[in-house]
Design a protein around this ligand. Structure first.
Ligand code: CA2
Length: 146
């Protein structure tokens, strides 16, 4: 099984600014933890980050060739991008939407997610751990045990 973990705009800055909102975990910490968590369960985890909407869409399209599922933190594009929603919908790969922060406890503009309608589920508010929950959820779903 192979999963792709995608992080969107500004998440490359994790751990460098706004620690009160996003903690001190860096993007490398997140990606390393996802790879290690996957490896422990025999899952190949690849990681991708971009600040560009088009590059994120291209990565989702490319995943169709060799991935079984997607963990997606689309950052602020979550709240704005019908194009990303269409990309997720078009590849028909099970996708779990992840957010480090609890977007529903923040500003009203963060409560809306275009991705939620096409994701198998959403995990928000658990920091780095949320990505690992998403890997477990996809693993169980793909193995037919949930
Ligand atoms: O909570 C999340 O994971 C978000 O997807 C993060 C996005 C935000 O726009 C979403 O509403 C919720 C922002 C990521 C920005 O990350 C930064 C990290 C460090 C310093 C500044 C921004």
């Amino acid at each position: 099984m192979k999963l792709l973990v995608i992080n969107g705009p500004n998440l490359n800055l994790l751990g460098t600014r706004q620690p009160e909102v996003y903690g001190t975990t860096t993007l490398k910490d997140v990606e390393d933890a996802c790879v290690a968590h996957g490896a422990a369960a025999g899952i190949d985890v690849a990681c991708f980050q971009s600040n560009s909407e088009g590059a994120l869409i291209d990565a989702i399209h490319a995943a169709k060739a060799d991935c079984d599922g997607i963990v997606l933190n689309a950052g602020a594009y979550t709240h704005t991008s019908i194009a990303l929603m269409d990309a997720v919908s078009s590849v028909e790969l099970p996708t779990v939407e992840v957010h480090l922060s609890n977007i529903h406890a923040r500003e009203p503009f963060r409560h809306k997610s275009y991705l939620a309608a096409v994701a198998v589920g959403q995990i928000a508010g658990f920091g780095l751990q949320g990505y690992l929950f998403a890997i477990d959820a996809l693993s169980q779903r793909l193995n037919g045990s949930s």
